[in-house]
Design a protein around this ligand. Structure first.
Ligand SMILES: Cc1cc2nc3c(=O)[nH]c(=O)nc-3n(C[C@H](O)[C@H](O)[C@H](O)COP(=O)(O)OP(=O)(O)OC[C@H]3O[C@@H](n4cnc5c(N)ncnc54)[C@H](O)[C@@H]3O)c2cc1C
Length: 458
């Protein structure tokens, strides 16, 4: 039996471990944390179980959903949230991406002209793939033209906390901008008859949220899934139980010392001297720890990653104060909230009877008042949350704030240069599969692992 070692027990590591058991391996899952789950975790707060940020699992294709259900103990709540997004002070129902038709006419005209011009130039050629050696700004220009790239830089400034010229194109995987909403839906439907325009123009699915998914995600008639118990911490708990049931061996609170070739195997050595020899080793805990384990320049790799500090606000509200929307993205940069949701609407057991909780994500800088004293900002954040339509009423008496120095993480423009020696070392180790740290999203994480494992013959 082949021995597989998986490093990092976030979603990617959990998925890798599960898949490798199915491939007949003996699997050891290693993490430095006390628990599995990574960003899938919950904190208790007087009867609430709070997710760390706004989370839902997308129901994007049958294979991914089947795997997620397996990890959730066989059942999940089907959720099609009432969503909206805000741009230029206007709220649009039913979408999670920026509605660029809300821009002032002159900017909107320039964006539309640029998008169509760029697509027409491309003709039958596919949209350009991500070249991580280029900047995110250059990638956006390639896809949508210069005016749209400028606008998108402003629209996503809050989420990215950096200008797109300073980031690598690999950051694109985190942006909700595969196609752009630059016309009304009737015009979009017409333009989409032309394949080159279809590739970049978006028609809203607000009237039928499953329209584009029904064929791919046939078994589950909802856009998203939420764990039946315990929110995101509940997901981590059921996934842990499932992995143990199928025989995965857990090595937690592990400090990694080194990774090296050892004959035909890859040897992982922990700081306490324990060693694990792997026929295949799947690395899912990011490039900086990998650089360190391989004896490469981890400081340079780390310096080329831009973590986004975030303040999280939790409001304890009576059930009747939950608003019209379950989940709203705010793309206006004079507002502080990037997105807000009511997770207890998805998982009722995460709040005491008769209560709900609102979670608001506020990306910021480490030296901002928002980060150093978030409690002082609660009233302003609540005003935004109510304006978004996520909740109603006066500022709740009970508010909890959390800060994290690294919520989202994006590769800087020079990331590929910094990571090149690590990639070279990793490529020379035949049994080492490195998951892309910047492949963002839950379904994206599942697909990322499936893609890595597809390349392994074992
Ligand atoms: C606030 C927030 C909200 C999100 N909401 C959504 C959403 O609603 N929908 C969606 O699709 N996506 C969402 N995402 C993105 C998605 O959840 C992530 O892309 C995905 O979970 C990443 O999984 P991962 O395994 O790569 O990373 P992580 O969850 O970060 O796991 C990495 C693991 O590696 C371990 N590790 C790190 N360093 C070491 C080391 N040196 N040694 C050993 N172990 C180590 C960590 O302890 C951790 O367990 C959200 C992300 C965030 C941050």
């Amino acid at each position: 039996m082949q021995h597989a070692v998986v490093v990092g027990a976030g979603l990617k590591g959990i998925v890798a471990a599960r898949r490798l058991v199915d491939r007949g391996c003996r699997v050891t899952l290693v993490d430095r944390a006390k628990r599995l789950g990574g960003v899938h975790s919950s904190i208790p707060w007087d009867g609430f179980s709070l997710d760390i940020g706004c989370h839902l699992f997308g129901n994007e294709d049958d294979a991914t959903t089947a795997l997620l259900l397996d990890l959730m103990g066989g059942e999940a709540r089907p959720i099609t949230p009432a969503v909206a997004s805000v741009l230029a002070g206007v709220r649009t129902d039913g979408i999670e991406y920026p509605d660029l038709t809300r821009l002032p006419d002159d900017r909107r005209g320039a964006v539309l002209a640029g998008v169509l011009e760029r697509a027409a130039e491309r003709g039958d050629a596919p949209v350009p793939g991500i070249d991580p050696t280029r900047s995110l700004a250059a990638h956006l220009v390639d896809l949508f033209g210069a005016s749209a790239a400028d606008v998108l830089g402003e629209v996503f400034a809050k989420m990215l906390q950096a200008p797109p010229g300073e980031l690598s194109a690999a950051a694109y995987s985190a942006l909700p901008a595969r196609r752009l909403k630059v016309t009304d839906d009737a015009t979009a439907a017409l333009l989409k008859q032309v394949p080159a325009f279809d590739a970049v123009i978006l028609r809203s699915n607000a009237d039928d949220p499953m329209r584009f998914l029904r064929d791919r995600a046939s078994g589950f008639e909802a856009r998203a899934l939420y764990p039946t118990t315990g929110g995101m911490g509940g997901f981590a708990a059921t996934a842990t139980a499932r992995l143990m049931e199928v025989g995965v061996e857990l090595t937690l609170e592990a400090e990694i010392a080194s990774l090296a070739l050892h004959g035909q195997t890859t040897r992982l050595t922990l700081a306490d001297g324990r060693t694990f020899d792997a026929d295949v080793l799947v690395w899912t805990s990011g490039w900086t720890p990998l650089a360190s384990a391989l004896g490469e320049d981890a400081a340079s790799v780390s310096a080329a990653i831009r973590p986004v500090p975030m303040a999280l606000f939790y409001f304890d509200i009576p059930a009747g104060a939950a608003g019209t929307y379950h989940w709203v993205h705010d793309f206006d940069n004079d507002h502080r909230v990037f997105r807000a949701s009511v997770p207890s609407l998805f998982g009722p057991d995460t709040a005491p009877d008769g209560r709900h909780y609102v979670c608001a994500e506020v990306p910021t800088a480490m030296d901002s008042a928002m980060f150093t004293d978030p409690a002082a900002q609660a009233e302003a954040i609540w005003a935004e949350v109510t304006a978004l339509g996520v909740a109603t009423g006066p500022l709740p008496e009970r508010v909890k704030t959390l800060t994290t120095p690294a919520s989202y993480r994006f590769p800087a423009r020079d990331f590929e240069t910094a990571v090149a020696p690590v990639r070279t070392r990793a490529a020379a180790m035949p049994g080492l599969l490195v998951a892309d740290e910047f492949n963002f999203g839950k379904s994206g994480s599942v697909r990322e692992i499936d893609q890595r494992l597809a390349g392994w013959e074992g």
